[in-house]
Design a protein around this ligand. Structure first.
Ligand code: F6R
Length: 270
C-alpha cells in the first residue's frame, strides 16, 4: 500500500484529482469507479474546475458507482444517482448513458447485483476505483463482517452507518436501512484503487486499514492485499498511524523516482 499524508482535506483533493487526471490522459476511454459521501466532494469540485479551465475531458470515459440505497427514486435528494448528477456528472462532459449507479428501485433487487457485475465485466473492469471509508472501516456499503469475497448485492446497514449518514436526511424523514453495494471482491478487481479519508473521525479506521490485521471486521483492511492501492489522507486521519514518518519518507523517494523515470505519471504542467 502506498500511504500519502497531506496537510489538509483540500490538498488531498488536489492530489486525488492529479491521479484521476493522469488516468484519463493515459487512457481516455477508462472506466472510473466512483464513491459518494462528503469526502470526495472536494475531488469532484477540482475535477469540474479542471474540466472547465484545463480542458480535462471525460467524453470517452465510463463510470460505475459503488452503491445506492434500496427504495429511493433516482431523483430523491438523498439518492446516490442524484448526488452524482448534482455533484459531478451535470458539470463535466461524461455521457450520462456511460454513468452507472446500482438501481435502488429494481423490480427484483436480488437480481440487480449480478446484473451490475455483468455490466462492469462488459466494460472491461474498473481502471481506477475511488473509495471513501466509514468510521467502522466499511468500503462501499460493505459493513464489518461482510465477506471479503463478496460480489455486488444487498446489504443491511449497521446502526453506526445509519447514524453517520442521518446528517444527510431531514429530521423525521424515512432513512433506508438497506443498500445495494459493489462487493469487496468486485472492488478488489479494480486495477488501481484510491482511498480518500480526512478528519480525526477516520483516524482509527485508517490505522486498522493500514496497520491492522486483514479482517472482515475492518473491510478496508483487505486493501493490504491489493497490488496498487493508494491511501490518500490528511494529517488528522493519519494521526493514529504508527509508521507515519516512514510513509512520508517513502513518498519523497517515490516522487523522485516518478519524476525521473515515469514523468508520464505526472499531471500536465508539472
Ligand atoms: C459511499 C460509500 C461509503 C462512503 C463512506 C464514507 O458511496 O461508498 O463507503 O465512502 O461511508 O462517507 P463520508 O465520505 O461521508 O465520510
Amino acid at each position: 500500500m502506498e500511504v500519502l499524508i497531506l496537510p489538509h482535506h483540500d490538498a488531498t483533493a488536489v492530489r486525488a484529482a492529479d491521479i484521476v487526471e493522469v488516468q484519463l490522459r493515459q487512457k481516455p476511454s477508462c472506466t472510473l469507479g466512483l464513491a459518494t459521501g462528503s469526502t470526495p466532494i472536494a475531488l469532484y469540485n477540482e475535477l469540474i474546475r479542471r474540466h472547465r479551465s484545463n480542458g480535462l475531458s471525460f467524453s470517452q470515459a465510463a463510470s460505475f458507482n459503488l452503491d445506492e440505497y434500496i427504495g429511493l427514486d433516482p431523483t430523491h435528494p438523498q439518492s446516490y444517482r442524484r448526488f452524482m448528477n448534482d455533484k459531478l456528472f451535470d458539470h463535466i462532459d461524461i455521457p450520462i448513458t456511460a454513468t452507472h449507479v446500482p438501481n435502488g428501485l429494481a423490480e427484483n433487487p436480488l437480481e440487480e447485483g449480478p446484473a451490475y457485475e455483468a455490466k462492469i465485466r462488459e466494460a472491461g473492469g474498473i481502471d481506477l476505483q475511488i473509495l471513501g471509508i466509514g468510521s467502522d472501516g466499511h468500503i462501499g456499503f460493505n459493513e464489518p463482517t461482510s465477506s471479503l469475497g463478496s460480489r455486488t448485492r444487498i446489504k443491511t446497514l449497521t446502526e453506526q452507518t445509519i447514524t453517520d449518514n442521518s446528517r444527510f436526511f431531514e429530521a423525521g424523514e424515512a432513512q433506508p436501512h438497506l443498500a445495494i453495494t459493489m462487493g469487496i471482491k468486485t472492488i478488489m478487481e479494480s486495477k488501481r484503487i484510491l482511498l480518500l479519508a480526512t478528519g480525526e473521525g477516520k483516524a482509527e479506521a485508517i490505522a486498522a486499514t493500514v496497520e491492522g490485521a486483514i479482517t472482515a471486521m475492518c473491510p478496508a483492511s483487505i486493501l493490504q492485499w491489493h497490488e496498487k492501492t493508494t491511501i490518500l489522507i490528511d494529517e488528522a486521519a493519519a494521526s493514529k498511524l504508527q509508521k507515519r514518518d516512514y510513509y512520508q519518507w517513502v513518498s519523497t523517494q517515490q516522487d523522485a523516482l516518478v519524476r525521473k523515470y515515469r514523468p508520464s505519471d505526472l499531471p500536465e504542467g508539472l
